[in-house]
Design a protein around this ligand. Structure first.
Ligand SMILES: CC(C)(COP(=O)(O)OP(=O)(O)OC[C@H]1O[C@@H](n2cnc3c(N)ncnc32)[C@H](O)[C@@H]1OP(=O)(O)O)[C@@H](O)C(=O)NCCC(=O)NCCS
Length: 196
């Protein structure tokens, strides 16, 4: 069990891919997250951030920092991206690692000039605490929908709610965050606390 919450969020490196896959795998097996092939993680590595535990004492004897969380921001259109593959090591859940990852991914979204961030999740309260609201349907125009249909990405297929991925999305909630919201909810921590 970890003994400290000292965690640093940084861009993922190719060398992190095996650790990221190991984090995601149990959630993918439980059909909570979408699985990827190894090559898919390498191809997408620049979309990912990782949370690294700084305290070697938390490790299982191996020493050194280790990856305890990950998440990705996948751009879908000129104003829109998705937070995906957000995963925290079960031993670290509830210690604000997920929160730190979301803050970083939303900062990336703003730096890219995006206005809306989508997610598809079972963790409705977690995302609601970060300013996301549940939505119905696919929040793009018909023209953009038609363009997105050309994507080979399974996450985009889920966003479009295509029949072939319905089994993956059963029970998930579609959620959206408006980054232009004047209340800037993503800058407020869960429970309304200002971010540190
Ligand atoms: C969702 C997930 C990333 C959250 O990570 P975490 O590190 O456990 O969450 P945090 O500790 O940062 O939680 C932040 C806040 O949200 C709250 N919270 C977290 N999960 C919650 C839930 N399921 N319901 C209600 N509140 C929740 C926490 O209480 C905390 O509030 P506080 O800081 O006021 O106490 C993690 O639970 C996870 O890996 N889930 C499985 C994968 C998944 O579903 N990913 C999302 C889809 S991409």
């Amino acid at each position: 069990m970890p003994t400290t919450s000292a965690v640093r969020v940084r861009p993922a490196l190719p060398a992190d891919v095996r650790a990221v896959r190991a984090l995601v795998e149990p959630y993918a097996q439980a059909r909570i997250l979408l699985a990827k092939e190894m090559v898919g993680y390498y191809e997408a590595v620049q979309e990912f951030v990782v949370a690294e535990a700084e305290d070697p004492a938390t490790d299982d004897g191996a020493g050194g920092p280790r990856v305890v969380g990950c998440g990705a921001l996948h751009v879908m259109w000129d104003d829109l991206a998705e937070i995906r593959t957000l995963a925290v090591d079960p031993a670290w859940r509830g210690r604000r690692v997920g929160h730190a990852l979301v803050v970083e991914l939303l900062a990336r979204a703003r730096a890219l000039g995006l206005r809306r961030v989508f997610c598809l999740t079972f963790e409705v309260e977690f995302f609601r605490a970060h300013g996301f609201r549940a939505i119905e349907g696919t929040p793009v125009s018909h023209d953009v929908y038609a363009e997105l249909l050309r994507s080979h990405d399974d996450g985009v297929a889920e966003f479009l709610d295509l029949a072939r991925v319905k089994p993956n999305t059963l029970g998930n909630t579609r959620m959206l965050l408006d980054l232009d919201d004047p209340d800037r909810p993503d800058e407020v921590g869960p429970g309304g606390a200002p971010l540190s």
